[in-house]
Design a protein around this ligand. Structure first.
Ligand SMILES: [Zn+2]
Length: 340
């Protein structure tokens, strides 16, 4: 089968990879209907994380081709969505809603690489969720978005306690930040402040429910959020970048007693203990337990309540994945869909 391999920073190739097979009785093999490039794939692409001939991709939707003898919840021919973390969905951590930290968790990105024609999904019963039927092509981008960016943005909004009467600020205008805006709107937030300097992303943020845009960053951005909230700061802040600057911008934009939901993969972030102590804010985040939200998110997409698929502003065949990475790296695209 064809699949993406990142040889080194900036060096993305599509080549023949070994076809996946059932290994464990709890496995399923799926044929991908679509896949995509994640903002987190840009960390190794830019040399921030080490990379050496790594299979790529962790977002996926597709049709089950084969199941192991122990698989019960999904069957051959089902259209399925899965999370970017494998989980059994039965252990105590899973049952508490933290499937991304399952005792059997493994990252799809590291071991499987779904920027490919087919993929082996371990713990298929726990990881995969079947849609109510075969989706039309117009639903596929939105279903694919639930696999990571929407699920992650949703978790961030949930962790930040976004809801009625709340003002939510979103740090980061990548796909996850934009999905955080959508989630905050769906959860009933009264006011949503999107922090973005880019006109096209500001437009998309407004489409997804932003009521205010703040173009400033860092301390100036914090000041603008305070001005918009009578000097108090936001109730709920979504951090969707993962840098020192973005994390501190999030903490400082939050009012005392407020909540930060942080989902940007942290890179060299160090929190100053004394400032944190006196800020009196809640911090909650990490790799999103997308599996917790998948059934609800799939239903919202299926019923056309939400349109997260608009976050894909570039669509290319899998064989042109290198250009998909380049476009995102150069900020010509928010998120690249790869068709099969
Ligand atoms: Zn588990």
């Amino acid at each position: 089968m064809r699949g993406v391999v990142m040889y080194a920073p900036g060096d993305v190739r599509v080549e023949d990879r070994e076809d996946p097979e059932i290994i464990e009785p709890t496995d399923a093999v799926i044929r991908l209907s679509a896949t995509c490039v994640c903002g987190s794939d840009l960390w190794p692409y830019r040399g921030v994380e080490p990379v050496d001939r790594q299979v790529m991709g962790h977002e996926y939707v597709g049709v089950v081709e084969e199941v192991g003898s122990a698989v019960r919840n999904v069957g051959v021919g089902d259209f399925v969505v899965g999370s970017f973390v494998i989980s059994d969905n039965t252990c105590e951590i899973c049952r508490s809603g933290y499937q991304s930290k399952c005792v059997h968790a493994s990252f799809v990105a590291q071991s499987i690489g779904t920027q490919a024609e087919r993929a082996r999904i371990p713990h298929a019963d726990g990881t995969l969720v079947a849609t109510p039927g075969q989706p039309g092509p117009e639903l596929i981008p939105s279903l694919l978005a639930t696999s990571d960016v929407l699920g992650t943005g949703w978790f961030a909004a949930d962790a930040a306690q976004a809801g009625p009467g709340r003002t939510v600020a979103v740090v980061g205008d990548g796909a996850v930040g934009l999905m955080g805006v959508l989630a905050a709107r769906e959860l009933g937030a009264e006011r949503i402040i999107a922090m973005s300097r880019h006109a096209d992303r500001q437009d998309l943020a407004r489409f997804y429910g932003a009521t205010d845009i703040v173009a400033e960053r860092g301390e100036e951005g914090v000041e603008r959020v305070r001005e918009l909230t009578e000097g108090l700061g936001a109730h709920s802040v979504i951090e969707a970048v993962g840098t020192q600057e973005s994390m501190m911008q999030a903490v400082r934009s939050t009012r005392p007693g407020g909540y930060v939901g942080y989902v940007g993969v942290a890179h060299d972030v160090e929190l100053p203990g004394e400032e944190l102590f006196f800020s009196a804010v809640h911090l909650h985040g990490g790799p999103a337990p997308v599996r917790r939200f998948l059934p609800d998110l799939i239903r919202r997409v299926w019923d056309r309540e939400i349109d997260p698929g608009r976050v894909f502003d570039l669509s290319l065949p899998l064989d042109q994945a290198a250009e998909g990475y380049r476009a995102m790296d150069e900020r010509r695209a928010v998120k690249t869909l790869l068709t099969l």
